[in-house]
Design a protein around this ligand. Structure first.
Ligand code: EPZ
Length: 424
């Protein structure tokens, strides 16, 4: 099993370039299936989830070519509308092919998507949205079949501002004959990036960045190019690593405005954070202050994807920090792993209380999801001695060479292949 070996206890100093956002690149790739054309996606991270989305496009009949950080996607020869179950099962974003396939072919056959085990993660809001546009949805032997001779305009009231359901509704609406209004829409920056790409394809979308999106359907769609926006959670990962370890880092090609609640928390904890153009600096010297209460919320609230990262950064802070996770039912899987480094954390349902300790110690630990794995790396970087972090396939799903970026900041970190669990 692949593992990272980390020599912790040192400050982080240096400069790292931030990649394009996983959670923006994936809906963009799904959008290329909406209309047979040629699409150019710049600043696309080289991660396994993006490779999987490309594999889905190729299984459907399309072609994807990578040159550096640019993907060229040709979907003119896409003819299939069924996504194989084994590909659906490997990530949550595979569900985003529902809207484009339905919009293009009038039918789509999927199975339940996979992804990080953060709770039930149903797709009822996705299915309700396309049903309101006229799709007949049937669940048969584990398959989800959606059919619509043509999609019509409607007003969709999302019960929750679901990121994925908003994206699927947008994608299907772009192929609709009538006007679709999506109310209580999610407002994450990745959705604005998708809306910009759909506009570049020819769609007419208003209300971007607000909780009400209006898509005037029936517009002809065509080729488009776009640049994937910076990854705000990768940005948060490096910031939290430097905040926890101490040090002075510079992140290039990113935008602090995409993660203001995280910057505010780290500043309140005693870090010095400043943004100049597309460059974000953080300096952390001396022990951090605990952050009081942190409650996750839909954007522009505190991002759930940064909850584990900030928790790891505050394991040695003076005082107690209370985390309230309101988005996913089970997003504290990192807690048991962080305790292995000597962290003092108590959980009760959706709340975790972190009591800062003076010192962490090296340990062996492994994450069961993407951000939990990153949080464990942040803890290991703070712990003097040699730690091992296993299950790093999760990291490769969503981080483009995180190890390399941390090494640029002076971290002692490397992959130890074929690492086996220690004999119990
Ligand atoms: C996206 O997941 C992100 N993934 C997640 O990032 C992120 O944590 C999440 O949004 C919230 O910001 C991608 O963009 C690929 P949701 P998504 O639909 O779309 C419930 C990461 O680490 N819900 O906003 O699946 C759901 O169970 C990943 O990069 C329904 O009940 O999130 C959850 O409790 C992890 N029915 C809540 O809504 C539905 O039909 C938020 O889910 C859909 C969602």
């Amino acid at each position: 099993m692949e593992a990272l070996v980390i020599g912790g206890g040192n400050p982080l100093c240096g400069t790292v370039e931030i990649n394009g956002a996983k959670n923006a690149a994936l809906p963009l790739l799904a959008a290329t299936v909406l209309h047979g054309g040629t699409y150019i996606l710049h600043n696309c991270p080289d991660i396994t989830d993006v490779a999987l989305a490309a594999e889905i496009i190729e299984v459907l009949g399309g072609r994807v070519h990578r040159t550096g950080k640019t993907l060229t996607v040709d979907t003119q020869s896409v003819t299939a509308w069924r996504v194989p179950a084994e590909l659906m099962a490997r990530m949550r974003a595979s569900v985003l092919f529902l809207g484009p396939l339905l919009g293009r072919f009038g039918r789509a056959v999927l199975t339940m998507p996979g992804g990080c085990p953060l709770g039930k993660r149903p797709i009822d809001l996705h299915l309700d949205a396309v049903a309101q546009m006229g799709a007949a949805v049937t669940l048969q032997e584990g398959e989800i079949r959606c059919e619509a001779s043509k999609l019509h305009g409607c007003t969709i009231d999302l019960l929750f501002p679901s990121v994925g359901a908003t994206e699927n509704a947008l994608l299907a609406a772009a192929a609709c004959r009538g006007t679709v209004i999506i109310r209580n829409a999610a407002r994450e920056p990745e959705i604005a990036c998708l809306a910009e790409f759909l506009r570049a394809m020819g769609a007419e979308i208003s209300g971007v960045g607000t909780e009400t999106l209006t898509v005037a359907g029936g517009r002809p769609l065509g080729d488009a190019a776009c640049t994937v926006l910076p990854d705000r959670i990768e940005t948060a990962t490096y910031l939290c690593a430097a905040a926890g370890c101490g040090g002075d880092i510079t992140l290039l090609h990113t935008d602090g405005g995409l993660l203001l609640p995280v910057l505010e928390t780290l500043s309140d904890a005693g870090c010095r954070v400043e943004q100049t153009g597309d460059c974000l600096k953080l300096r952390s010297d001396g022990p951090l202050r605990a952050a009081g209460t942190i409650q996750t919320a839909p954007y522009p609230g505190f991002p759930t994807d940064a909850q584990a990262l900030v928790m790891a950064a505050l394991l040695r802070a003076d005082g107690c920090t209370r985390f309230s996770e309101t988005i996913f039912e089970r997003r504290f899987s990192h807690v048991a792993q962080l305790r292995r480094f000597g962290a003092e954390i108590e959980t009760a349902g959706p709340t975790a209380l972190v009591r800062g300790v003076r010192q962490l110690h090296a340990a062996e630990a492994g994450g069961s999801d993407l951000r939990a794995s990153a949080a464990i790396v942040i803890a290991a970087l703070q712990a003097p001695g040699e730690s091992r972090v296993y299950g790093i396939n999760h990291l490769h799903r969503g981080y483009d060479n995180l190890e390399g970026g941390l090494r640029k900041l002076g971290a002692e970190i490397g992959q130890e292949n074929d690492w086996k669990f220690p004999a119990s």
